[in-house]
Design a protein around this ligand. Structure first.
Ligand SMILES: NC(=O)c1ccc[n+]([C@@H]2O[C@H](COP(=O)([O-])OP(=O)(O)OC[C@H]3O[C@@H](n4cnc5c(N)ncnc54)[C@H](OP(=O)(O)O)[C@@H]3O)[C@@H](O)[C@H]2O)c1
Length: 385
């Protein structure tokens, strides 16, 4: 039996992971769960899956959870330290990294340093600390198996010795809710409209990133780090049906594609069973019923944040860290109604125009750039209010 720890168990990826585990009794044991603030859902998960360790972000939530849960022997931890202990602790051999944002970096790094199989959904970690995570994995023997559907698709296409023959890796993008929206209407787009993704049910931050296509930009930076590719070896195609997740072009002109239904339980299950495979019990893809599959070039003028992310992909260094930090702050401001949809773009441009390139050698550098960019972005938002 594989013992699994989930960082972000109460989120969309966390809940889907538990559903995959529920469907495979006898294959997986839930060893530990880390949540943010949703103690009610965490309590339900604890009663069903009986982990030995859990954590909540705030110490006061952890204290009242400990008093209320009434399960003897359950260790209840708190804060970043709790999540790091769950990521790196000896109870699990597989860690699903599904906390949103840079908050997931230290717990993910702990799992990588402990040599585990790390099922990585938290793309922001790879964006800001890709080379650090890869070095740590090489030193510890950890295997990072991507959960993002596009990267899982690439990963699956690259099994079987294809890596040396890769010419280009293409990630697909649904285009988000505004793929066909006239540009003049972008200014008035509401939070509810940005959250109405046509294909995927996801957490709020990643859904807004999908509407601006920043998500695809972050994914390109993630792919560069995960698969050791040059920016010129990466591309994107808009594919509104979200059935083909990735395309890998080989030197002889063959293109391998990975297809699966639009359901995150497929890539999650692949990461959990890696290097093996199991029946999923989920409805299979019916290509005849799916209808035509379309592919379109990306119109960059519709997605200025993607253009910004492409710059960060090429420049590397501290720019991806600053891009991620400014984006996290701006998206949060949009979700809380402080700026409009196009305000996200304005704020990011202003924040990154003032970014001074710095070298990124270690975790301290990353958190320093992250903190300074967040402060600058918060000031820019304040001035706009
Ligand atoms: N959803 C998808 O289909 C999808 C696909 C590909 C990649 N991803 C990536 O996977 C990650 C998670 O996405 P999601 O859609 O699952 O997001 P989500 O639904 O918003 O869930 C985020 C999870 O992180 C927890 N969390 C947030 N801050 C925390 C903190 N400081 N300490 C501990 N836990 C914390 C939340 O806890 P509470 O809810 O308890 O506060 C929740 O469990 C993101 O990086 C996203 O880009 C998601």
């Amino acid at each position: 039996m594989k013992s699994v720890a989930i960082l972000g168990s109460t989120g969309t990826i966390g809940r889907n992971t538990l559903d995959v585990i529920r469907r495979h009794p006898g294959e997986f044991r839930v060893a530990a769960l880390a949540a943010g603030a949703n103690s009610r859902l965490l309590a339900e998960q604890v009663r069903e899956f009986r982990p030995r360790i859990v954590s909540l972000d705030r110490p006061e939530d952890a204290a009242s959870f400990r008093r209320g849960i009434g399960i003897r022997g359950l260790k209840v931890l708190a804060g970043l330290e709790g999540a790091v202990e769950i990521g790196g602790g000896p109870e699990s051999t597989v860690v699903v990294s599904a906390i949103t944002g840079i908050a997931g970096l230290r717990p993910t790094l702990a799992a990588v340093r402990a040599g585990k199989i790390v099922a990585l959904a938290n793309k922001e970690s790879m964006v800001v600390a890709g080379s650090l995570l890869r070095k740590a994995a090489a030193a510890s023997g950890a295997v990072i198996v991507p959960v993002d559907s596009e990267h899982s698709g690439v990963f699956q296409c690259l099994t079987g010795g294809n890596r040396p023959h890769v010419k280009k890796v293409i990630l697909t993008a649904s285009g988000g809710p505004f793929f066909k929206t006239p540009l003049r209407e972008f200014r008035t787009k509401s939070v509810a409209e940005a959250l109405a993704h046509p294909r995927w049910r996801m957490g709020r931050k990643v859904t807004v990133d999908s509407a601006t296509l920043m998500n695809k930009g972050l994914e390109l930076i993630e792919a560069r780090a995960l698969f050791d590719l040059e920016p010129g070896e990466l591309g994107i195609l808009i594919h509104p049906q979200s059935i083909v997740h990735a395309l890998v072009e080989l030197c002889d002109g063959s293109i391998l594609a990975q297809l699966s239904p639009t359901d995150m339980r497929f890539p999650i299950q692949y990461a959990l069973t890696y290097p093996g495979r199991r029946e999923s019990g989920l409805p299979p893809l019916d290509l005849a019923a799916a209808g035509p599959l379309e592919f379109h070039e990306v119109e960059l003028r519709r997605y200025p944040l993607l253009a910004l992310a492409l710059r960060a992909l090429k420049e590397g260094g501290s720019l991806p860290v600053a891009l991620n930090a400014a984006n996290e702050v701006a998206v949060e401001a949009f979700l809380s109604g402080r700026i409009g949809f196009l305000g996200i773009t304005d704020v990011l441009h202003a924040a990154l125009d003032r970014h001074i390139r710095a070298s990124v050698l270690d975790l301290d550098d990353i958190f320093d750039i992250d903190r300074r960019t967040r402060e600058r972005t918060a000031r820019i938002i304040q001035r706009k209010e």
